[in-house]
Every structure is written in structure tokens, then in C-alpha cells.
Design a protein around this ligand. Structure first.
Ligand code: NAP
Length: 242
């Protein structure tokens, strides 16, 4: 039996990088997917690959920095899949500017909006029905910056990721007694297009030593497929040799 057979999942940022890897790994394990992002073409390509594993996959185009579009994406996912068993708040962004001096107020607001507020809104939309069903898993893809905020990651990025730690802890406090669990997933550096927005993007030989999208996929499958009595509340994962 596939480990996520019969499970429905909403994954944000499924068009690229870690989110794409998570979507493909979960599809391989039998999950039905709602794929959220702005790039319809790349989401459709992931959906097609997911369907080739035999499951359902629906594309939900949304700019998650916009509250109305978050709720519209949830409605589209519900209409296609019915209930959502697993929410993966993975979408995220960074800007090239990292210091307080260089980060504009607009960039700060955008980072908090996309990286943190959207995760809150998806949680707010889906948590009540998970609580009512006494089952559900929420996986918040943060970063090492959630545990160790740093200037290299940037002031806005680090603050947004540390906020995901708080969101995860409060979700657990509010929902564990109803059978709903939340996991903060903190990856170190990964080989994804996000790195192209670094002030100096890393060279190809260094990228091979980093976490790969399929590594995130393997961890999400594990967290989502553990028996309901188990809450893996924190995962910190790093490249071994960097
Ligand atoms: N790569 C790393 O080293 C690393 C390390 C630690 C944590 N992370 C975290 O891992 C997550 C995934 O990042 P990644 O490295 O896979 O980056 P990526 O390849 O750039 O993917 C980012 C994803 O987020 C989506 N996204 C961004 N802004 C959006 C918006 N306004 N509305 C809807 N979707 C949006 C993008 O979709 P569209 O372009 O289709 O909108 C894309 O699918 C992020 O939360 C990131 O902070 C990454």
C-alpha cells in the first residue's frame, strides 16, 4: 500500500524547487494534490507528472500575497478534492537586499506577507474543518533561519521564518487536543531557483552538495504518513558536507 493512499494535500509553491519535489514525492505515494502558485504553466507540468502516478491533481493559480486569492485557492481545492487532509505551507521568497539598511519597507511587507501571513491564512481557512474531523497535518516549510536568524538570510526573511515557528507552536497548542498536528520543517540550503536571488548565486559544484527537492519530498511523506498519534513537531535538516 502506498503511504499516502487516500490522502488529499494542498501544497503551496508547488511550481518550483522544494514544493515541486514535495508534490512529486507525495504523488508517488498515492496522494491527491491541490497545487498552488502563480505560474500556471509550471503548475500544470507538475500536475501532469503527479497524475501519471495515478492520483488526482488540480492546479490552483493564486498570488498568495493576496488574501482573497488564498481563499479562492482553498475553495478551488475543496471543490476538486473535497476535504484537505494535509496542508503544506511551502511557498516563499527572498529579496537580494539583506540588511536593515538596504531592505525597503515595501520589501519587508512583501516578505512577511508571502512567507508568513499566507501560511496563517491557509491555516485559518483549513484548520476548523481539520478540528471538526479530529484529524489533519500542517507542515510549515521554514528554514534554518527560523532557528538561527541571520543577516546572510536577511532581516525580512529571517523574521518571517521565525514567525512560522510561532505559528506552528500556536497551531499545536490550539489543535493537538483535537487530533490535528503541525510540523515546523527547517531545511538548510537547498538546490533550488531561490538561490538565483542571492547576491552571489552559488556555483554548480556547490549546488550538488546541497539538499535536493526530493530530500524535502521524502521528509514530508514521512511526517504526513506517521500514525495519527505521532506529531513530528520540528525537523531540522542540513546538507552533510557543506
Ligand atoms: N532553497 C533553499 O536554500 C531554502 C532553504 C530553506 C528554506 N527554503 C524555503 O523553502 C521554500 C521553497 O523555496 P524554494 O527554495 O523551493 O524556492 P523556489 O524554487 O523559488 O520556489 C518558491 C515557490 O514559492 C512560490 N511563490 C513565491 N511567491 C509566491 C506568491 N506570491 N504567490 C504564490 N506562490 C508564490 C513560487 O511559485 P510561483 O513562482 O509559481 O508563484 C514557487 O513555487 C520557501 O519557503 C523557502 O523560503 C528554501
Amino acid at each position: 500500500m502506498k503511504r499516502l493512499h487516500g490522502k488529499t494535500m494542498l501544497i503551496t509553491g508547488a511550481s518550483s524547487g522544494f514544493g515541486r519535489g514535495i508534490a512529486l514525492a507525495c504523488a508517488e505515494e498515492g496522494a491527491d494534490l491541490a497545487l498552488v502558485g502563480r505560474d500556471e504553466g509550471r503548475l500544470s507540468e507538475v500536475a501532469e507528472a503527479a497524475r501519471s502516478q495515478g492520483g488526482r491533481a488540480v492546479v490552483c493559480v493564486a498570488d498568495i500575497g493576496d488574501e482573497a486569492q488564498v481563499y479562492a485557492a482553498v475553495e478551488r481545492a475543496r471543490a476538486a478534492l473535497g476535504r484537505i487532509d494535509v496542508l503544506v505551507n511551502n511557498a516563499g521568497m527572498n529579496v537580494t537586499q539583506r540588511s536593515i539598511a538596504d531592505t525597503s519597507a515595501d520589501q519587508w511587507r512583501q516578505l512577511l506577507n508571502v512567507n508568513l501571513t499566507a501560511a496563517f491564512l491557509f491555516t485559518k481557512a483549513l484548520l476548523p474543518e481539520m478540528i471538526a474531523r479530529e484529524a489533519g497535518t500542517i507542515i510549515n516549510v521554514a528554514s534554518r533561519a527560523a532557528l538561527h536568524p541571520h543577516l546572510a538570510g536577511g532581516v525580512g526573511y529571517s523574521t518571517s521564518k521565525q514567525g512560522m515557528d510561532a505559528l506552528t507552536q500556536v497551531t499545536n497548542e490550539e489543535a493537538n487536543r483535537h487530533g490535528v498536528r503541525a510540523c515546523l520543517l527547517c531545511p538548510g540550503v537547498g538546490n533550488t531557483p531561490l538561490l538565483d536571488r542571492r547576491p552571489t548565486p552559488p556555483p554548480p559544484e556547490q549546488r550538488l552538495k546541497m539538499l535536493q527537492p526530493e530530500d524535502l519530498g521524502a521528509v514530508v511523506v514521512l511526517v504526513a504518513s506517521m500514525p495519527a498519534r505521532v506529531n513530528i513537531e520540528l525537523v531540522s535538516m542540513l546538507p552533510t558536507r557543506l
